[in-house]
Design a protein around this ligand. Structure first.
Ligand code: UT7
Length: 329
């Protein structure tokens, strides 16, 4: 019997309706469309006015189940990457399974910030490759608006809300996840962090007053690490697998900053036409960016295409996944 690989057999995204434009942002913080576009490439982002992250995950996974003709009770495992869970516990994966009637699935949340989706995808692939699981749902969802300080112009212009999900199933044609390189460095935690709400700084009147429940980022430091590490790990996975700029069909990069995306593509020798970019419309949706890219570009993907997914985020966490697309849509 040939080796079992874990293939993505469907992808679906969900975006809330409300569009927060650069123009609207500049009415309440000191910024401009020109600054945001030249520094980040973001034009607008989606904001979920009501409801938790699990509602966005429901939107994505409901569509995914329909699209892949999967009954909720046939899903065996749900891995959900997020930094904005509905609660500290129980997990948002549990809530999602309940809301969609995925009665036979177990699941858990995975925290790896902007690298959440590649961590979750690599993990989910292992359950398929062992032969033990046949249907694994991997979700990336974040309601960043729930932890963003809309008085802080250095962070509020960057982030948005959104969700994406993929179905992983066994494949015997050698398609799907081929390899991954995952990394982390906890010494980077001071540069991108939500300081309060955990056991270090439990919620108190003081933590609220000091605005410690909001994301804090030292943008320049994070940029420096992101630009180097995302480019290096993407080049490394190519070299490790004897891939060339010709044999890679698509770079699927985390959407944090167009300048980081361009630097990564350049290091890999890829032209812009081979790079998935939707940052202009959605901003940085943290764990949502990569599945939302796959969803936006799904119709352009062909069976057998070579994709490199690559991300960098808080932790620090970073990495790359090499996969072969498994279907024509
Ligand atoms: O996805 C997770 C990982 N995160 C990332 O990868 C983000 C990495 N970092 C970045 O993308 C960039 O550092 C930012 C987009 C966050 C900032 O861009 P930058 O080119 O590094 O700007 P900066 O922080 O060096 O700030 C330059 C200037 C400063 O003013 P002074 O000190 O030069 O007078 C800032 O105060 O721009 C000012 N500034 C703004 N001006 C208008 C900062 N934010 C804004 C703003 N509008 N929104």
């Amino acid at each position: 019997m040939s080796k079992i690989t874990a293939a993505i057999t469907g992808v679906q995204g969900y975006l809330p309706d409300y569009i927060l434009t650069n123009e609207e942002l500049s009415t309440f913080v000191d910024t401009s469309d020109e600054w945001i576009m030249t520094r980040t490439g973001i034009k607008e982002r989606r904001i979920m006015k009501d409801g938790p992250s699990s509602d966005m995950a429901v939107g994505a996974v409901k569509g995914l189940l329909e699209k892949t003709n999967t009954k909720p009770e046939d899903v065996e495992l749900v891995i959900l990457a997020t930094v904005t869970p509905d609660y500290p516990f129980p997990s948002t994966a549990n809530v999602l399974c309940d809301k969609l009637g995925m009665k036979n699935a177990w699941g858990y949340d995975l925290i790896a910030a902007c690298s959440g989706f590649i961590y979750a995808l690599s993990t989910g692939a292992q359950f398929i490759e062992t032969g033990r699981y046949k249907k694994v749902v991997v979700v990336g969802v974040d309601k960043m608006s729930s932890i963003i300080d809309y008085e802080d112009r250095t962070t509020c212009v960057i982030f948005g809300d959104g969700a994406g999900a993929v179905m992983l199933e066994p494949n015997e044609e050698g398609l799907g996840v081929q390899d991954f390189i995952l990394r982390s460095d906890g010494s980077g935690r001071e540069y991108l962090v939500q300081p309060a709400g955990g056991s270090l700084n439990p919620a108190s009147a003081e933590t609220v007053e000091k605005r410690m429940h909001f994301v804090r980022q030292e943008g320049k430091q994070v940029f420096k690490f992101a630009v180097t590490n995302m480019a290096e790990v993407s080049a490394e996975i190519m070299e490790k697998n004897n891939l060339t700029s010709e044999s890679v069909d698509w770079l699927v990069p985390h959407q944090a900053n167009l300048r980081i995306i361009d630097a990564t593509a350049k290091r890999m020798g890829l032209p812009r036409e081979k790079v998935m970019i939707n940052i202009e419309k959605y901003g940085n949706t943290t764990a949502g960016t990569l599945p939302l890219c796959l969803w936006d570009y799904e119709k352009q993907l062909k069976k057998g295409d070579t994709l490199i997914l690559s991300a960098f985020g808080g932790g620090f966490t970073w990495g790359a996944v090499y996969l072969k697309w498994a279907y024509n849509s």
